[in-house]
Design a protein around this ligand. Sequence first.
Ligand code: A3P
Length: 276
Amino acid sequence: QNKYHMQKNLKIAHSRRRLPHCIIIGVRKGGTRALLQYLKIHPDVQVAPDEIHFFDSNENYSKGIDWYRRRMPQSFDEQITIEKSPNYFVDWNTPSRVKMMNASIKLLLIVKDPFYRAVSDYVQIRENRLEKDMEMEEFEDLAIDPISGNVRINYKAINRSLYYIHTKRWLKFFPLEQIHIVDGDNLVLRPFEEMEKVETFLGLRHYLSDDHFVFDRKKGFYCIHRENGAHKCLNRTKGRPHPKIDPDVMNQLNDFFEPYNQQFYELVGKTFKWPK
Ligand code: A3P
């Protein structure tokens, strides 16, 4: 064997499936897929392509940690493994289960303007239902109780935007230093800027640059610039058009989110410019 093949075989021998060093816990529609795909560009990162739903599904969780490990990609000693399951953020069982696996794990949470995130959440559910020929009410009717006129706090698309409540639960199990919060609105506008902070948090060398991203006018979003000159955008389920929401409902929801937003800023020591 020549030196090249010996080194290559040595590398393969060291490649194995490892439990994640970092989990993208959510939030759903925050930009979790974009974050994962951008991390995948980094040579020192391996990502699990599918959402595994290990911690938030009793059925999967009961299959045990080796089942979870087998769902991870192959990685080398020097690489870190990352998985994302956006429902983890709002699931009650997940924080303690993750802690039991690895109390020093790094967590990524990507958040967005809560009103726009709620609409994006609604659009996803609506599309899934329409594909099954099922009816779907208007966002306004789901978000606001027509009799009382109050915001429906338990409507999932609304509830998942109450970042304060869910983050507080995670902070009972993990210190804030272990959770990096990505600004999902900024990831759309300035992906490199957000990814540089993510690299620092994960202790990765700075590899990603502005050159890895190219704005696609047709898509209306940044896409990943490939070495061969082509570029790869996220699929059509990412970056969907949103319906126009009644301005009174939008204002009511923004007022409703406001105290939760303020408490979230205080909790995580970071301010966002919501409403957008
Ligand atoms: P919309 O489809 O409502 O615009 P998730 O991956 O967590 O489901 O988040 C989906 C959201 O990611 C999209 O919501 C979009 O706003 C955001 N996003 C961020 N960067 C993107 C990109 N490069 N291409 C497409 N969508 C992106």
